[in-house]
Design a protein around this ligand. Structure first.
Ligand code: PNS
Length: 163
């Protein structure tokens, strides 16, 4: 029997309900979901790799077929390493399209065997991004509609340290 494996890559700095929505829905369609934290060289991080992984693990602890990893390298190399041929990304709005097209085209060029599939983010979460959540959390706005409680706590702790 062949197991269907999919990789959900991202910076996850930090994980939001938008990410969790995509992970939960993908987990009903694939045997194994591998959430992978990778480096996005155009973003500087708020949370360390270990902190991001911890926050993701807590968020997906009830999903038996979801594993969390980090990988210091190319996404397609991570896919090869674990034997996955599918990447899943969430698409929120038309504004995501150009960036995602660049990402997918490059990954396809690097490894033609790996296919990227897109899932529309549920409309409730279509405006949420880690960047916007960080932006408002630093001014102590309530972010409980956008991230789980443990992530909100981590954000508050982080910004308290900067005061
Ligand atoms: O959540 P993000 O920041 O939109 O995710 C982007 C990410 C981390 C998936 C992307 O930057 C990535 O794949 N980084 C690893 C390096 C890589 O494989 N780059 C080639 C694609 S441009």
């Amino acid at each position: 029997m062949t197991l269907t494996k999919a990789v959900i890559p991202g910076s996850f700095d930090p994980i939001t309900y938008g990410h969790i929505d995509i992970i939960q829905r993908s987990a009903t369609r694939f045997d194994e979901i591998h959430v992978c934290v990778l480096k996005n060289s155009s973003k500087s991080g708020l949370f360390s790799l270990d902190e991001r992984i911890e926050l993701i693990e807590e968020s997906v602890k009830d999903l038996d077929n979801v594993q969390v990893h980090n990988f210091n390298g190319l996404l397609v190399d991570f896919c090869t390493k674990i034997g996955a041929q599918t990447i899943i990304r969430g698409l929120r709005a038309v504004s995501d399209f150009e960036y995602e097209l660049r990402l997918t085209s490059m990954n396809k060029k690097l490894n033609d065997e790996v296919e990227t599939m897109y899932m529309m983010t549920s409309t409730n979460y279509s405006f949420i991004s880690s960047s916007v959540v960080k932006e408002v959390a630093q001014y102590k706005a309530n972010v409980s509609d956008f991230v789980p409680e443990h992530v909100e706590r981590a954000l508050n702790d982080k910004f308290r340290k900067f005061e």
